[in-house]
Design a protein around this ligand. Structure first.
Ligand SMILES: O=C(O)CCC(=O)C(=O)O
Length: 290
């Protein structure tokens, strides 16, 4: 399929539209809805949902391995009732690609990386890190927040692919986005907490950023930017909500001066041996060839 892609020096506008049309034409998995100008939509809304982007059976196959590893490697020992709001939201394991060749094939998917690059209008992307988010049955809500609060980046060119490993109906806590909220500076200093949920949800309503919440089917993938506010409801079902996320950054990203202790921590973890001003390119941050 990728052989039919239209390469060009300019990745926005017409070239991108043509590329999307070419994907739609040649890959039945992508569905007709990809024929819209998803780049413009992403820039306007700060997120995009791509329905039936991945083959459902493939997602199930990779998902089995991701979920197995998540349960094996997570270090949470407290019962739900004794945890903080943040820890009730999900079990969380990072960089599973380093634990399994199968997961590595999934995380290094050229198809997903190519879309991430096109949405950000950059030539190539690197992996920042992956992150499995397993919301247990009766797991709590994910409070409203913006991811870039946590990231020591010198620019905004970062994006997360959110990939459910089973369908996510409303009762299981699908990711929900405040449309256009990346255009405001409000709340960018708030870590995930009860306070961020309260302050951000109130502010979003005041500013008129409506929330976009809808179920995900298997094969659906959403992409959201680092400053797009989002949240997820509690898992009110008796089934776990297993999700894989992949965070990409511009391959030319530089490390920024950390603005808080979370960013200092991320710098140490995901950019070992590097400092502010360096190219964000440790051995943990490979370029995905697209
Ligand atoms: O899966 C969730 O509940 C939250 C995910 C999230 O905040 C993210 O991927 O940035």
């Amino acid at each position: 399929m990728w052989m039919s892609l239209i390469y060009g020096k300019v990745f926005a506008g017409t070239a991108f539209r043509l590329w999307v049309l070419s994907v739609t034409h040649s890959n039945p998995d992508c569905g007709d809805r990809l024929s819209a100008d998803i780049g413009a939509s992403y820039r306007r809304d700060g997120f995009i949902r791509l329905r039936s982007l991945l083959d459902a059976n493939e997602v199930l196959r990779f998902g089995k391995e991701i979920t197995r590893l998540t349960l094996e490697l997570n270090t949470q020992t407290k019962p739900l009732a004794e945890r903080t709001t943040y820890d009730k939201a999900f079990l969380q394991v990072m960089n599973l690609w380093r634990n399994s060749e199968t997961v590595k094939r999934f995380v290094f998917s050229r198809k997903l990386a190519k879309i991430a690059a096109r949405l950000m209008s950059v030539r190539r992307v690197r992996i920042y890190h992956d992150q499995s988010l397993y919301k247990e049955p009766s797991g709590g809500m994910t409070p409203a927040h913006a991811d870039q609060y946590y990231w020591p980046f010198a620019s905004d060119q970062a994006i997360t692919a959110w990939i459910p490993l089973q369908p996510v109906p409303l009762e299981m806590g699908p990711l929900a986005f405040y449309r256009g909220s990346h255009h405001t500076n409000f709340g960018r200093d708030l870590p995930i907490s009860d306070e961020s949920e309260q302050q951000i949800s109130t502010a979003m309503e005041d500013y008129g950023f409506d929330i976009d919440e809808s179920p995900y089917e298997l094969g659906d993938v959403s992409f959201h930017g680092g400053w797009t506010f989002h949240r997820a409801g509690a898992n009110r079902s008796s089934q776990p909500r297993s999700v894989m996320t992949i965070i990409y950054m511009d391959a030319e990203m530089r490390i920024g001066q950390p603005k808080n202790s979370m960013q200092r921590n991320d710098l140490l973890h995901w950019f070992p041996g590097l400092s502010p001003g360096d190219l964000a390119a440790s051995e943990l941050n490979p370029i995905i060839d697209v």
